[in-house]
Design a protein. Sequence first.
Length: 121
Amino acid sequence: MEKNITPDSVISALMNHAKTSDNDFPVHVFPAKMQRIILELNTTCGFPNDYTASAMLAAISVAIGNTHRIEVKRNWQESAIVYIAIVGRPGDCKSHPLTFVMRPLVNADWKTIRVTTDEQD
C-alpha cells in the first residue's frame, strides 16, 4: 500500500479507474426485471449503472420503510432503511436516475396528500 497518498494521487487513481471501468457495477445481483431497467436506462438515457442501481436501492428502502423487519439474531432486528450517497463529479448524471426511480413514490405521496386534503375539507 502506498504510504504517501496525496490529493493528486487520489484524483489520478480515480481518473484511471473511471477510464477502465465503464459500467462494471455488478448489475447481475439484481432481479432480471431490475437488471433490464438499469441496462436500458444506461443504453437509452446514458444513466450510469451504479447511479441507477443505487437509486433503486434507495427507492426500495423508502418504499419498505419500517413496515418490515428482519430478525438477524435473537433480540436483534433490523429494518430495511438504507442511507445512500451518490457521489460523482458535476455533470456525471447523478440526479436523473434518482429522479426517475423516485418519481412513482413522489407521485404516490402527492396523491395521498390530495386525498387527505379532500377528506379534511
